[in-house]
Design a protein around this ligand. Structure first.
Ligand SMILES: O=C(O)CCC(=O)C(=O)O
Ligand SMILES: [Fe+2]
Length: 235
């Protein structure tokens, strides 16, 4: 992953990497148009679809390949950069989340079902991801203050979270219509942004618009037998 070093977020837990303009506007448009309109599952604060499928109750993926519109050019570039180099299967799963303004996701960790590398491509609007240290003891956290970092995810960017950042932090997105106080002191990946000028021109504010994220991971448990049995249930 040597080439990734230049993208390391300097003021965030090890290890997070940010690449602005990871894909082009044209590629962004093609991916957005390819997302099946009839496969969304609506939750109260976002809608999502899992490709090729949701994990089973035992966190198993019924093996079946990702469609090409999700792998070319995104996963091929992951491979060039060695992002999933040490992972058992390489990328085998993509969760697509869509957030409207004032929608978000509660702080959480992605947990043990996945190899501890997550690669998120953002489409549409910019959004702030809040990353906070997991603290075992609530009393201690009040005294010391758990570490927290804000990552601004621009359209067409890639965020990679691995190592201690995967294991020892929570991540979430506030359900607001606007993110504020965005500047070089408050945004961990400020130096890596593609368009700081835009934020500066808006007095450090980011008005939320529709944002779609593609969260690529390697599900550890894969069942081949089931994929034969349920072969037609693909996607
Ligand atoms: O939309 C995002 O960037 C975060 C999604 C996420 O954390 C998840 O699906 O586990
Ligand atoms: Fe997550």
């Amino acid at each position: 992953m040597g080439e990734m070093e230049q993208y390391r977020i300097p003021n965030a837990p090890a290890s997070m990497f940010y690449i602005h303009d990871f894909i082009t506007e044209e590629q962004e448009g093609t991916i957005r148009q390819s997302i099946p309109a009839n496969r969304w599952v609506s939750l109260s604060h976002r809608r999502l679809q899992a490709v090729p499928a949701r994990l089973t109750a035992t966190n198993t993926l019924l093996a079946s390949p990702l469609p090409t519109w999700l792998t070319v050019p995104v996963v091929t570039r992951f491979n060039d950069l060695g992002i999933f180099e040490g992972s058992p299967h390489g990328v085998n799963h993509c969760l697509i989340n869509e957030y409207l303004p004032a929608q978000g996701i509660m702080p959480h960790e992605d947990g043990g079902a996945y190899h501890p590398v997550v690669a998120t491509v953002s489409l549409g609007g910019s959004i702030v991801l809040d990353v906070t240290e997991k603290v075992q003891d609530a009393a201690a956290s009040n005294q010391d203050g758990a570490g927290s970092w804000r990552i601004l995810q621009e359209p067409r960017s890639l965020l990679v979270t691995t190592g201690a950042a995967y294991n020892d932090t929570l991540h979430g997105i506030a359900d607001v219509t606007e993110d504020h106080d965005l500047n070089g002191h408050t945004v961990a990946n400020w130096s890596l942004l593609g368009n700081k000028q835009f934020i500066e021109d808006h007095q450090g504010r980011n008005e939320r618009t529709v944002r779609i994220s593609l969260t690529y991971r390697d599900v550890k448990k894969v069942s081949r037998i089931s994929s034969k049995l349920f072969g037609k249930a693909k996607g």
